[in-house]
Design a protein around this ligand. Structure first.
Ligand code: 5AD
Ligand code: SF4
Length: 462
């Protein structure tokens, strides 16, 4: 599934038409970032301009995350603040609509309207192409909940022409697959995002071309279970993600490809071949394992053992020795003993992740994990998480330090903080700060890494 970002992203819709303004706040994973951009576009064609602040927004839309309890709670506290803002506005005779989109909308539906009477629209991840219609009804005084699994394909209904008038991005997300059939026992995704669905090759290729025309040269393919992507090739044969990557790598203007998030069970030979043969496919792989204990992996319904996961990484490293691994971990799944936790630490020692995300288990209503006895006390979870994170952080620092002195290509993405500085990405997804000289955003430049900080690398151009 997609990786949850630690912060939140504020993003805004594209501008056309009259004076209505929308502020979109994005919580959670990259899929939500992508969805917010699409919603922004749908609203732009409906006359909503973007705004950077809530204060002057006619519409505030929260694109929400339900993955852990904390993520869902954040939404309700934000809604509390918005309710106050809306009431204050009403006293000044100004209107403000509040909409809730994304996974909390999908999971809680009507409940949101019941808990927060000031919310006008609740719209799920599968129906956001109907947002303009929902807003028209809301403006007429209706309170709208639309969390169907739409029979029509939302991607067919979204504006096609341009990816808005926003500043051009060098790097963009492209959703190729949504939903999940894996049913890990801790996870709400199969319930909020529904069954696994792949977009067609044509849709994906069209969107990739549009991105390139808009100045994008790095595309990250997104899916909750992206390596389960499947479709038909131009000759009608069944294709998997590996074939798709080969196909996209041949598009003129695409310099870099990435994909996230993968399940270990879906790493097939063709995908391995893509890692071996495609210079455009970056040597970085987010492959969550969650736990290093076979007993816990089984209880989580992960469908593989620790040994199988390690063997898989061995095969990937054999074809692409410089690949950097990234992972997700859950500590304190019900029944996890100190010995199970130790097995996770052992696995981490073996893999040495360049990047990792770790969480305390959070019981999610409706998932099988919530029904299990033997829930782990909060203080034990806290203590285990601290130990795991200390180890992961040490490895991350060691990986960054190992880059010092190395030469690499970085793709310049944005200006740095100081004059003349530009920030680019290494093949391993690190931020690299460099004096730009004659180079511009969007260029790929050769650099030598001179220093490693906690969150970025410093480099000099060659
Ligand atoms: N509790 C804690 N972490 C979870 N994740 C998913 N569901 C839960 C949960 N109930 C984590 C997994 C997943 C990442 C995106 O979020 O590690 O890979
Ligand atoms: Fe990922 Fe498992 Fe959740 Fe599917 S059920 S999104 S594989 S964690």
């Amino acid at each position: 599934m997609t990786q949850e970002t630690t912060g939140t992203t504020d993003m805004t819709a594209s501008a056309t038409g009259n004076q209505r303004k929308v502020f979109i706040k994005t919580y959670g994973c990259q899929m939500n970032v992508y969805d917010s951009e699409r919603m922004g576009e749908a609203l732009a064609s409906d006359g909503y301009q973007p705004t950077e602040t809530m204060d002057d927004a006619d519409l505030v839309l929260l694109n929400t995350c339900h993955i852990r309890e904390k993520a869902a709670e954040k939404v309700y506290s934000a809604l509390g603040r918005l309710r106050d803002m809306k009431r204050e506005r009403a006293r000044e005779g100004r209107e403000m609509l509040i909409g809730v989109a994304g996974c909390v909308a999908q999971a809680e539906g009507e409940e949101i309207l019941r808990r927060v009477p000031d919310v006008s629209v609740v719209i799920g991840p599968q129906t956001y192409h109907r947002l303009p219609e929902a807003l028209r009804r809301a403006k007429a005084g209706e309170r709208v909940v639309d969390t169907d699994y739409a029979v029509e394909d939302k991607f067919d209904y979204l504006p096609k022409k341009e990816r808005g008038n926003r500043p051009k991005n060098v790097s963009a997300f492209l959703t190729v697959q949504e939903g999940c059939d894996k049913f890990c026992t801790f996870c709400v995704v199969p319930y909020t995002r529904g069954a696994e669905v792949s977009r067609s090759l044509n849709q994906i290729v069209d969107e990739a071309h549009r991105l390139v025309e808009n100045g994008v040269s790095e595309i990250t393919l997104l899916g909750q279970n992206v390596n389960a992507w499947h479709g038909n090739g131009p000759d009608g044969t069944e294709w998997g993600l590996g074939d798709l990557l080969f196909h996209l790598a041949a598009i003129d203007g695409i310099k870099r490809l990435r994909y996230t998030t993968s399940h270990p069970r879906d790493m097939d030979d063709r995908l391995m071949a893509a890692h071996r043969d495609l210079p455009a496919l970056m040597p970085y792989l987010h492959l969550p394992v969650q736990s290093g204990s076979d007993r816990i992996l089984k209880a989580m319904n992960r469908k593989h053992t620790a040994e199988e996961y390690l063997a898989l990484i061995g095969r990937i490293r054999a074809v692409r020795p410089d690949i950097a691994m990234s992972g997700d971990f859950i500590v304190g799944f019900p029944g996890e003993t100190e010995e199970d936790f130790q097995a996770t630490l052992d696995l981490v020692e073996k893999v040495r992740y360049a990047q990792a995300f770790s969480f305390k288990y959070s019981t999610r209503p409706g998932t099988p994990g919530a029904e299990l006895e033997d829930q782990v006390p909060e203080d034990v979870k806290t203590e285990r998480l601290a130990r795991l994170q200390a180890l992961l952080t040490r490895h991350q620092r060691e990986f960054a330090a190992s880059c010092v002195g190395r030469e690499m290509d970085i793709l310049l993405e944005k200006p740095g903080r100081e004059d003349g500085q530009l920030i680019g990405r290494s093949p391993w997804l690190q931020s690299v700060v460099v004096l730009g000289g004659d180079a511009a955003i969007g260029d790929m430049v050769r650099v030598r890494i001179t220093a490693a900080g906690p969150n970025s690398l410093a480099a000099e151009r060659l």
